[in-house]
Design a binder for this molecule. Structure first.
Ligand code: GLA
Length: 696
């Protein structure tokens, strides 16, 4: 059999699109004509179509009505829109739920759910897979060669777990394949604890208690989604092998290992719904939303770091599901869309084009609201962005090429959630990853946020916050990375357990002990009102000077072969190491034993960047809440997106590197005045790029 060649996602224009649900309106005369006019007026060159259309495509089992979709596909083609055509498995028709009760999901309480709303099918049910395969085959045969077809959109936001007997029995089979014998399973899961020893596979029915089995359940559910995806894709590949396939992931979603699912699809898409302006106030300045959005973009892109991705859903104005969802302030829409482009997106699509007249999402922000007008506040903003996207086509082909990575790992996150340790209230895994990411963001240093399976050789610096669970091979690959010249930073809570949550024996950080040159003996948990000073030792090799407060978590460690850069200066562990480093081969591994506050991460980041020879993009640092993000083209063209996420203006010194304002051709700028929520695009052809993007 010939190997399948994976089709690449290479649009020839930046995509500016929207979820389009014309089936909701097909009985309203004239509305599709209006839609075609408005799609054009909004400068939309794409739509995602058919996401929730199953009942309108197959109103009864095996009875198909494709005429409306035929007409829409042709009309869109004639109107200049490319189509990302969905498979409809995200919501099943009523007749199907009635005929095949097994496709309705079962909750953890063992009760089968009602037909309900959407995203609630059993992931295992052969009947559901069969029905999905049938409708996908019809779609692929009918539209696989349609000139409007740009890509396939699998389902919608795959999510959740099903606990029916089919799923549980498939789980047991999956466990048998993994562990082969019950003895091996009992050993790996430490099930003798609290007398949970399994003597029959069928006893594995409940998931409470055993950490390793709970982790395995999440891996298994990820596996079920992967096989569900393969079943969805088979007919699409058969009838349209040239059309790339994606599915829309959700930011911050943690029930599946997205990095594993990313391997199944051709390109990454994700739905980004930051609550812009909704988090203002002292605790959380507005620019944090920009920071976190950038982090998620970098996490999704890093799932396929050499491939462009797509910001496939965002709202043109508000969402309808947050408790408070303020309107996007002028400029913010453009800025958050350009943020997506700056991080490797090949465009932006909105949810949704036209407001639904009824039901759940009628008050969600749209391109065309219930008034049906194009002279609104939102519509021209969208249309202007579309015009800009047309001019921005040369950005296609470039991508962010970061030299720095912050590892944020799905499986490690699951493990930390199960940890039940003295510091469990302080873990804050994603927040900790973002804390380490922030000083780079503020310097315009391009970042990847991969999981622990990443190819570390791509990077100069790898930061691994709280990497509590080391999967097989990770420690060896980190050691090889350092040996060849990489800079590794680990923190407290790193290297405690293996992939089945068994503690490493003989001293933490287990298989990283030699690389870091330390042995962790205990961890102290600090209540919120207590801090312990950390003082940099005089003349330390990183030239750190100062005293900073450690909070929440302080590991008590012994430096075995590591140098000590800073020590605790308080508590009964005063004088013990708080920051260490060990050189191995051509590289260096640092360990931060405590969560050190104040401006420590700022100072430390500056020091390791210097050590790595990476200069900040535009001087150091940028004004708070301003970031610069870059894409690099194979011909050396550098694209810089400068964005102000503040409610107040900012000024940025661009130096004399020769940055040109892309929207005012020819103009070389060395100082940028950024009004609130604004964004500028610059290019600098041919010059070497500071700020961490690899040029090779
Ligand atoms: C998700 C879904 C869409 C819609 C939007 C609303 O991203 O994929 O169908 O419900 O949320 O924000």
């Amino acid at each position: 059999m010939m190997d399948q060649i994976t089709p690449l996602f290479r649009p020839t224009a930046l995509i500016h699109g929207a979820d389009y649900n014309p089936e909701q309106w097909r009985h309203v005369p004239g509305i599709w004509d209006t839609d075609m006019r408005l799609l054009k007026g909004a400068n939309l060159n794409g739509v995602t179509l058919g996401i929730f259309s199953w009942a309108e495509l197959e109103p009864a089992e095996g009875v198909y009505q494709f005429e409306w979709m035929d007409e829409i596909m042709d009309r869109l083609h004639a109107n200049g829109q490319r189509v990302i055509l969905a498979t409809p498995s995200g919501a099943k028709p009523n007749w199907m739920a009635e005929k095949f009760p097994e496709i309705r999901r079962v909750g953890e309480d063992g009760r089968r759910r009602l037909q309900g709303l959407r995203h609630n099918h059993c992931l295992t049910s052969p009947a559901y897979r069969e029905n999905v395969s049938r409708i996908n085959t019809q779609l692929a045969m009918r539209y696989g060669q349609h000139p409007a077809l740009l890509a396939w959109h699998l389902s919608n936001e795959y999510g959740g777990y099903c606990y029916c007997e089919l799923c549980k029995s498939a789980f047991r089979e999956w466990l048998k394949e993994k562990y082969v014998t019950l003895d091996a399973l009992n050993d790996a899961c430490w099930s003798r604890f609290w007398s949970h020893t399994y003597t029959d596979w069928n006893q594995i029915d409940r998931l409470d208690g055993i950490h390793a089995l709970r982790l395995d359940w999440k891996r298994f559910m990820t596996h079920q989604v992967a096989t569900f995806i393969r079943n969805e894709m088979a007919p699409l590949r058969q009838y349209a092998p040239h059309v790339p396939i994606t599915t829309n992931f959700m930011g911050a979603y943690d029930l599946y290992d997205y990095n594993a699912l990313a391997k199944e699809i051709d390109f990454i898409s994700w739905d980004s719904y930051p609550v812009w302006h909704g988090q203002g106030g002292e605790q959380c300045p507005h620019w944090h939303t920009g920071l976190w959005s950038t982090f998620y973009h970098d996490q999704f892109r890093a799932m396929k770091p050499d491939e462009p991705m797509l910001l496939i859903e965002t709202t043109p104005s508000q969402v309808n599901w947050a408790q408070v969802s303020p309107l996007k302030r002028p400029g913010m829409h453009r800025t958050c869309c350009l943020l997506g482009v700056s991080r490797g997106s090949q465009g932006v699509c909105y949810f949704q084009f036209r407001s639904s007249r009824g039901s759940s999402e009628k008050y969600h922000g749209t391109v065309v609201s219930h008034d049906g007008r194009d002279d609104t506040r939102v519509f021209p903003e969208i249309s202007e962005l579309g015009a800009l996207f047309e001019k921005l086509a040369p950005v296609l082909g470039s991508l962010p090429r970061p030299q720095v990575a912050v590892i944020c790992d799905h499986q490690n996150r699951w493990d930390l959630e199960e940890m039940q340790s003295p510091v469990q209230g302080a873990v804050n895994y994603i927040g900790t990853c973002v804390d380490h990411y922030t000083p780079f963001w503020q310097r315009g240093i391009s970042m990847d946020v991969p999981d622990q399976s990443a190819d570390f050789s791509r990077y100069r610096i790898v930061i691994a916050p709280e990497l509590h669970m080391l999967l097989p091979g990770t420690a060896e690959r980190l050691a090889a990375f350092v040996e060849k010249g990489g800079i590794l930073v680990t923190t407290y809570l790193t290297g405690y357990v293996n992939e089945t949550d068994l503690c490493f024996l003989g001293g933490f950080p287990g298989p990283l002990r030699e690389l870091l040159g330390i042995r962790i003996e205990e961890m102290d948990a600090l209540p919120g009102f207590r801090t312990v000073p950390v003082r940099a030792s005089a003349g330390n090799p990183l030239n750190l000077t100062g005293t900073w407060p450690a909070r929440d978590i302080c590991e008590l460690i012994h430096a075995e072969s590591a140098e000590v850069l800073a020590t605790y200066d308080g508590e009964f562990y005063s004088g013990m190491p708080a920051i260490t480093r060990k050189k191995s081969g051509l590289g260096t591994a640092y360990h931060l034993c405590a969560r050190i506050g104040g401006d420590f991460l700022e100072t430390f980041t500056a020091a390791i960047l210097k050590d790595a020879g990476i200069a900040p993009l535009l001087g150091e640092p940028l004004p708070v809440g301003v970031t610069a993000q870059t894409r690099l083209a194979p011909d050396g063209t550098q694209w810089m997106f400068l964005m102000n996420f503040n409610e107040t203006p900012a000024t940025v010194d661009l130096g004399d590197a020769g940055w040109r304002n892309y929207e005012s051709p020819g103009e070389v700028v060395n100082r940028a005045e950024l009004p609130p929520f604004t964004s500028f695009i610059f290019t600098s052809c041919g010059d070497p790029l500071p700020g961490g993007d690899l040029t090779t």
